[in-house]
Write a protein that binds this ligand. Structure first.
Ligand code: KG4
Ligand code: ZN
Length: 393
């Protein structure tokens, strides 16, 4: 299931520099057409945002501003590629935090003008969806579940720039929920979790927790579509935490003795919700003939996809429905410049969305992926057979 990227020396193939600044990672990478990563650099802001209790957009912007030049320089130096050798520059321009997107875009437009290179604007979710093809030849169409701190969606990838959106989150993204639950539990004070993202901390603590102690309700059980909702679950978890604080006679900000059980129950409910919506998406695709009958594939990516428990939950569904499950390794599930460069190469190969250096491009904080058919999915109202989610820890 784990996939590895190719590595190798620069060939005569075309080279693309990818730049990512849509959220809290400043990333850059140079790739050749085979998907070989010639050089990369990544500056994560995670520790700063952990200390401030969440991403403050102006802080993220300032950190991108301070690091972008060095990160791009490092990626170029490590690849031994001079700007003149590049075939194009690809940069995330949507969706994401406006202030963060602005830094990457401004830098990139200056860079392409200075070196007279074509510019390829990239949709961040398209890049997450296509990363898998850098690691192995996955043919279109395939089903993709993207779950991160900012997004939650199910789509059929039919081509490099051709997506059918089956479902999306109605409120917050699962990574955001896990980050907020971790903050409410003050997991930063936990000796094993002080440097971990909320999702990582919950996964770690859940390993020693009893998921049955707090039976949270899986969201949207009566809505037969492929959309997601996590705000209600967060509310259930918060209420439980308040009750436990009262029982233990401690104030908010104190580590509860039951953190492992709360982490396990939260993770299990998130996993079940993702598995159920994905199960319905698979049944919808089968009913509508949207996936190939031979070796249909589910690709799962985005930061939350690095969670092994969630992968196991999805595996139960794919085994049951006869799909092949592919998850890029954690390093390629989270944000990086590599996936942006790869998306640039895929577009370059097909001649799609390649702009001249003097072009004026605006970033877009909100940008849906592909054609939204979630209403059609809802109208199909597909009922799920009952599945025993006995997920091994
Ligand atoms: O894709 P990503 O790097 O950035 C966004 O585009 O959001 O995802 C970051 C998110 C964070 O919310 C983080 O808590 C979550 O991914 N995450 C995880 C795990 N590792 C990171 N969630 C669950 N389990 C993990 N192991
Ligand atoms: Zn992302």
């Amino acid at each position: 299931m784990e996939l590895r990227p190719l590595s190798g020396k620069a060939s005569s193939s075309r080279l693309v520099l990818g730049i990512e600044t849509s959220c809290d990672d400043t990333g850059a990478a140079v790739l050749d057409e085979t998907g070989a990563i010639l050089g990369e650099s990544l500056n994560s802001q995670k520790e700063v945002h952990l200390r401030t209790g969440g991403i403050i957009p102006t802080v993220a912007q300032q950190l991108h501003r301070e690091n972008i030049e060095r990160v791009v320089q490092e990626a170029l130096e490590r690849s031994s590629v001079a700007p003149g050798q590049l075939s194009a520059v690809a940069t995330t321009v949507k969706p994401g935090l406006a202030l963060s997107l602005g830094i990457g875009l401004e830098f990139s437009l200056r860079f392409v003008r200075q070196h007279n290179k074509p510019f390829i604007p990239i949709h961040h979710m398209e890049a997450h969806a296509l990363t898998v093809r850098m690691l192995q030849p996955v043919a279109f169409p395939f089903l993709v579940l993207l779950v991160s701190g900012g997004h939650s969606l199910l789509a059929v990838a039919r081509g490099v720039d051709d997506f059918l959106l089956l479902g999306h989150t109605l409120d917050e993204a699962p990574g955001d929920t896990l980050d907020k639950v971790a903050r409410r539990l003050s997991l930063i004070k936990h000796p094993q979790c002080s440097t971990l993202s909320g999702g990582q901390a919950i996964e770690l603590l859940a390993k020693d927790g009893d998921r049955t102690r707090f039976p949270f309700t899986t969201p949207m059980g009566q809505t037969y579509d492929c959309c997601f909702s996590f705000a209600g679950l967060r509310n259930q978890v918060t209420m439980t935490i308040m009750k436990q604080e009262a029982e233990e006679g401690v104030k908010q900000g104190t580590l509860l003795t039951c953190v492992n059980d709360i982490a396990a129950a939260t993770q299990h409910t998130v996993a079940s919700h993702l598995a159920k919506r994905t199960h319905r998406a698979i049944l919808f695709c089968k009913a509508k003939g949207l996936l190939p009958s031979s070796s249909p594939t589910l690709v799962v990516s985005g930061g939350v996809a690095s969670n092994q428990y969630i992968r196991k939950a999805l595996m139960i569904i794919t085994e049951m429905t006869g799909l092949h499950l592919l998850c890029p390794p954690a390093k390629f599930c989270t944000d990086n410049g590599v996936m942006i460069a790869w998306n640039g190469l895929e577009r370059l190969r097909e001649g799609k969305g390649i702009l001249p250096p003097n072009v004026d491009v605006c970033y877009e904080p909100k940008a849906p992926l592909g054609v939204d058919i979630s209403a059609e999915v809802k109208a199909a109202a597909i009922r799920l057979p009952s599945v025993r989610m006995k997920i091994p820890n």
